[in-house]
Design a protein around this ligand. Structure first.
Ligand code: AMP
Length: 279
């Protein structure tokens, strides 16, 4: 497995692979890799000849009071995980490799990113679309794999790729959960053992919402109220619960079974967690 830090070397690697007619898949990550990330690498291996995993904690997607500094970093362990899952290359640039000191160009999606996480994290998606564009330009993937855990992010990237005629296919992979149902996340490291078990309540709340819809209730307010009530306890503070279109992640006025999703974000103690379920 090749470990590449410089954008120039990454571009050269991609050019050679393409010149040999090989298809490249990119799995963009911020590291602290876990089973959710590994499932994306496994999926990428099915889709392309060469799998590149990027590990880059992207400063532009963190707000001023967010956890950029304390975000978990464990490169050695991550490299081992990537090798174990058969990645061909890991691209792990430094911040100054990606953003020149006077960088002044951003990529902004202006509709989907106004909603859900975009409301409480105003510049978050601007940072995501910008860094993903930069990574696409450097790695030149034919396909890129993202997780449904960040369903709004997937919708925004798909919209960006469509709107900007980018030559890359976006594939999303299912949410990987721990044994209690909690969606695995690098931020779960902030939770202690008991909190981890408690946070499984988020998935239980989503399942309760789904059950209500499966039982025939298409009343959005009822579904949202049930999810909010089920998720709320002394430890949680709900940031949003929304019923959205499954493809675009835009909020909807009516539930269409098979085409909708319930998306939630909650503060669990000091930790911001997101999750969703298709309904
Ligand atoms: P991150 O490192 O948190 O930026 O995530 C990198 C990629 O892994 C994103 O596409 C996430 O949606 C995906 N991902 C994170 N957690 C999970 C999970 N539990 N299941 C599936 N994909 C995930």
């Amino acid at each position: 497995m090749k470990i590449i830090t410089s954008p120039k070397e990454m571009k050269d690697f991609a050019h050679s692979a393409k010149a040999e007619g090989r298809k490249i898949a990119l799995v963009p990550t911020m590291g602290a890799l876990h089973e959710g990330h590994f499932s994306l690498i496994d999926r990428a291996k099915e889709l392309a000849d060469i799998v590149v995993v990027s590990i880059f904690v992207n400063p532009t997607q963190f707000g001023p009071n967010e956890d950029f500094d304390k975000y978990p970093r464990q490169l050695e362990e991550d490299l081992k995980g990537c090798a174990d899952h058969g990645a061909d290359a890991v691209f792990t640039p430094s911040t100054s490799d990606i953003y020149l000191p006077d960088a002044s160009t951003f990529v902004v999606e202006e509709e989907i990113s106004q909603h859900l996480c975009g409301k409480s994290r105003p510049k978050h998606f601007r940072g995501v679309t910008t860094v993903v564009s930069i990574l696409f330009n450097i790695v030149q993937p034919d396909v890129a794999v993202f997780g449904d855990k960040d369903a709004q992010q997937v919708a925004i990237i798909k919209r960006m790729v469509r709107d900007l005629f980018m030559d890359v296919e976006i594939v999303s992979a299912p949410i990987v959960r721990d044994e209690n149902g909690l969606a695995i996340s690098s931020r779960n490291k902030y939770l202690d053992k008991l909190e981890r078990i408690g946070a499984a309540r988020i998935h239980e709340a989503l399942l309760a919402g789904k059950k209500l819809v499966d039982g025939g209730s298409l009343n959005i307010d009822r579904v949202k109220a049930l999810v909010i009530n089920s998720v709320t306890n002394a430890k949680t503070r709900v940031i949003y619960v929304e019923v959205v279109d499954r493809e675009t992640s835009l909020p909807v006025n009516e539930i269409v079974p098979g085409k909708s999703r319930i998306s939630v974000a909650v503060w669990f103690g000091q930790t911001r967690l997101i999750d969703n379920i298709e309904i």
